[in-house]
Write a protein that binds this ligand. Sequence first.
Ligand SMILES: NC(=O)c1ccc[n+]([C@@H]2O[C@H](COP(=O)([O-])OP(=O)(O)OC[C@H]3O[C@@H](n4cnc5c(N)ncnc54)[C@H](O)[C@@H]3O)[C@@H](O)[C@H]2O)c1
Length: 329
Amino acid sequence: MKVLVIGGAGYIGSHAVCELLKSNNEVVIMDNLSTGRESSINNKAKFYLGDITQKDDLIKVFREECSIKPFDVVMHFAAKLLVNESVEHPLEYYHNNVEGVRLMLETMTEFGIKNIVFSSTAAVYGNPTKEECSEDDTLLPVNPYGETKLTCEKMIKWVSNTYGINYGIFRYFNVAGADESLEIGYNYERKIITHLIPIVAEVALGIREKLMVYGDDYETKDGTCIRDYVHVSDLANAHVLGANYLLTENKSFIINLGSNDGYSVKEIIEAAEKIYPIKYEMSNRREGDPAKLIASNKKAKELLGWSQKLDLFDIINSDIKYRKRLVKK
Ligand SMILES: NC(=O)c1ccc[n+]([C@@H]2O[C@H](COP(=O)([O-])OP(=O)(O)OC[C@H]3O[C@@H](n4cnc5c(N)ncnc54)[C@H](O)[C@@H]3O)[C@@H](O)[C@H]2O)c1
């Protein structure tokens, strides 16, 4: 299939490009490099520097490419995704995340492209009341980031209804790790790193002094919070399966990409300590942190035959190795 990967120079998008190429698909990347990196652009894919909030940029890519061969699928990863930043700059988030998707869908309809795979997030659920999150749980985002993603999901559904576009919406939980080549991985150049595993990797390598553990008195097996982690290559692979599903079944879906089992903060520290000692400090609970949040992957298994091939150790080990490689460069 011929796939347009919007945001293909970013962390997850570059892994999706890698998995698509591994299974012999033709890939075109469009990215404005706002948070993506040139070094993450796969040289086996064609690259357009462009911004999806600019209709002219979209038209250029679609016109040039569709005159050769239309896209079978568009994959969208191009979002701003920092919760605190979205609270400080909600209009920027609405512009980039919502207006960008609106223009992308408009261009798809103009060029008759019928399949979209969209990256959504656990943030659309807000503060879930159940420990295991399933796709039909209540959607109640508690920040502008989650709200923009939910708005996009709804827009995609309505547009699909009118124009006969199939959609595959994936809601991610915690994504971490790096491709086995170690050529691509988490964007450590980000101004603020909020994800736990990249922080653990930096503590392991002595780039950060210590890890703060917020609360060890939760009602969990070891008192620390439990979250769901999926290796980015497994997650990317689900996108290839999802795109094939849209093409063969001609039906839409919304799927949580979770592991079904969570890991506690202490378990993450223990896994990392198999490689390097981890210095950490216990602190008080953070407001609003639920004890346990995991995602059911029943639907992903049933509909796409997806399962994780890589475990917590693979996630942490690949992340540390990737971070170490960046230090050497
Ligand atoms: N990383 C996570 O843990 C996580 C969790 C849940 C959901 N998601 C979703 O996954 C997607 C990808 O996240 P990521 O971690 O790879 O982020 P990222 O910042 O690494 O990648 C986003 C990419 O999109 C590009 N981009 C942004 N706005 C653009 C625009 N207007 N036009 C063209 N390109 C644009 C950026 O330059 C970057 O290359 C996002 O939609 C995000 O909401 C990520």
